[in-house]
Design a protein around this ligand. Structure first.
Ligand SMILES: C[S@@+](CC[C@H](N)C(=O)[O-])C[C@H]1O[C@@H](n2cnc3c(N)ncnc32)[C@H](O)[C@@H]1O
Length: 264
């Protein structure tokens, strides 16, 4: 079968991938040359040589980012819940001869709460706002990340930032209505016709969530896209008072774990 016929058989595509033989998987994409136009801006913000790096690509879709990162020498795990996209991703990786560098698995982001694996780089683009439990996913993935996260989400318009106070007095909650206060809009019905869009955080909300998970944002190379580096001085609440809530949320025996921790 010709490459064109194979592309057709694997339709519909969300990633337009430029294959080594010159074919493209979705050359009439509604967003243009997606996601190549995003990658063009992000690519210089991560190391050119990823040899020895373990990378996790969450919601890998047809594997555009998994492939680019594997080309730089990384060992990549790409996960997606949709087997249709994983089939595309496996086929695409083969076209690049990168099938030995990338493992594609059908998984939910939350499944990583039950895995011991760690990753130098977690690629978390285009998934956060599709999650019903986004902060749980952030808490899970922050524990899997040793160096860096590349984070992207659909967001609220605006780029306001603010110094977040240590405490807010009970009767002074007006401050939370300020543009720069960290916020997340809940989408009860649909956004852009899509019922899987649940949340849209604002810019400061993204900075604050990342910080609360132990990341320092070091760059924003592309719209709505954040380079976040693990900062050992920032303590996630998971390491302090919120430990048992997290364990309970991921179905672990939190009483046993808390006993173990406090006996140390
Ligand atoms: C908007 S696409 C983003 C694809 C790619 N990450 C990107 O930035 O171009 C969202 C992808 O995440 C997958 N996805 C959505 N919810 C997920 C979940 N809970 N766990 C794993 N993958 C998920 C979808 O199947 C889809 O392939």
């Amino acid at each position: 079968m010709s490459t064109e016929a194979e592309i057709k058989e694997l339709e519909p595509w969300f990633h337009n991938i430029h294959l080594p033989d010159g074919n493209q998987t979705a050359d009439n994409h509604f967003l243009g040359d997606f996601p190549a136009f995003k990658w063009k801006n992000i690519k210089d913000s991560i190391p050119q040589d990823l040899t020895g790096w373990k990378v996790l690509d969450i919601g890998c879709n047809a594997g555009f980012y998994s492939i680019e990162l594997a080309k730089r020498g990384a060992e990549v795990t790409g996960i997606d819940l949709d087997e249709h996209y994983l089939k595309q991703a496996r086929w695409t990786a083969k076209q690049f001869g990168l099938e030995d560098k990338i493992t594609f698995k059908q998984m939910q982001v939350y499944d990583f709460a039950h895995s011991e694996e760690q990753f130098d780089l977690v690629w978390f683009m285009g998934v956060f706002y599709h999650l019903r439990y986004p902060m749980l996913a952030m808490d899970i993935l922050s524990q899997k990340t040793t160096k860096m996260m590349v984070f992207q989400t659909l967001s609220l318009p605006g780029k306001e930032e603010m110094e977040i106070p240590e405490d807010v007095e009970f009767h002074k909650r007006e401050i939370m209505k300020e543009d720069g206060w960290p916020k997340m809009a809940f989408i009860e019905n649909k956004l852009a016709g899509d019922p899987t869009n649940w949340w849209a955080p604002n810019h400061q909300g993204i900075l604050s969530m990342l910080e609360s998970c132990g990341f320092k944002v070091t760059g924003m190379p592309e719209d709505e896209t954040y380079i976040a580096e693990k900062d050992k001085d920032l303590k996630s609440s998971l390491e302090t008072w919120n430990f048992s809530e997290y364990l309970s949320a991921v179905g672990k025996d939190w009483k046993k774990e808390v006993d173990k921790k406090t006996k140390k």
